[in-house]
Design a protein around this ligand. Structure first.
Ligand code: FES
Ligand code: FES
Length: 244
């Protein structure tokens, strides 16, 4: 008897390659059949706008006028351009960093009309007529912004990648606190502003991730600007001023 070890006659054995080839052929045949079956009732595809590539949505360009670091900028951008890409790719302000591009790390934090936002989650067109401040716009000439100086003084960074976002976020955060905004950990919602405990401070800065874990020194830097001791109470001895 002419049977192989698997007990099947050679003609009846199905190889993996055969299954794949057969499947592909069936799919193609089904596609052709459905094309020819639909031919009588075919609906014409809508005409593409001039210049649009088939299969791609047409690009919509928008004029955007934004004041960036005190300077008025007028750009014509693809309407899908994020604020972060506008700053980095079009205005070459590369201080704001792209960490995740998904709103998860805070490296792209800038101030829009004084409020901290993730520039990667915001479209540039949404800021038409608004004021945006990046890390490049904080210093006055050679005089650093107090928050920049405090980060230097307390060694609030290591690689520095998160630092522009941390500094912009800290400035926005202190203003939010001053304006009486509560946080998730605010115990007394009637206190305005609530006491800025280290727990409050850490929660309010939790959207800014530091892969180097410079957190105690970051807290100390923010504390100094806020008017506190410049010490991180949760980590005594850490966040001391760095000798000049
Ligand atoms: S790059 Fe915007 S939050 Fe990470
Ligand atoms: S200093 Fe390196 S990520 Fe924060």
């Amino acid at each position: 008897m002419d049977e192989s070890r698997d007990g099947m006659a050679p003609g009846a054995r199905v190889s993996r390659r055969g299954v794949l080839q057969g499947g592909a052929a069936t799919a193609i045949a089904a596609g052709l059949a459905s094309t020819s079956a639909d031919a009588g009732t075919a609906v014409e595809a809508p005409a593409l706008p001039q210049g649009a590539a088939p299969g791609l949505a047409p690009v919509v360009m928008e004029r955007v006028q934004v004041t960036v670091n005190g300077q008025q900028r007028v750009l014509t951008l693809d309407a899908r351009t994020t604020l972060l890409d506008m700053l980095r790719e079009h205005l070459h302000l590369t201080g704001s960093k792209k960490g995740c591009d998904h709103g998860q790390c805070g490296a792209c934090t800038v101030l829009a009309d004084g409020q901290r936002i993730n520039a990667c989650l915001s479209l540039a067109v949404m800021h038409d007529g608004r004021e945006v401040t990046t890390i490049e716009g904080l210093a006055q000439g050679d005089a650093l912004h107090p928050m920049q100086q405090a980060f230097l003084t307390h060694d609030g960074y290591q690689c520095g990648y998160c630092t522009p976002g941390q500094i912009c976020s800290a400035i926005g955060m202190l203003q939010e606190h001053k304006d009486g905004w509560p946080s998730w950990v605010t115990a007394d919602l009637t206190a305005s502003p609530p006491p800025l405990t280290d727990g409050e401070l850490r929660e309010r800065m939790s959207g800014n991730i530091c892969r180097c874990s410079a957190y105690p020194n970051i807290v100390a830097a923010i504390r100094e600007v806020e008017g506190g001791s410049g010490q991180d109470a949760d980590h005594p001895g850490v966040g001391r001023k760095v000798p000049a």
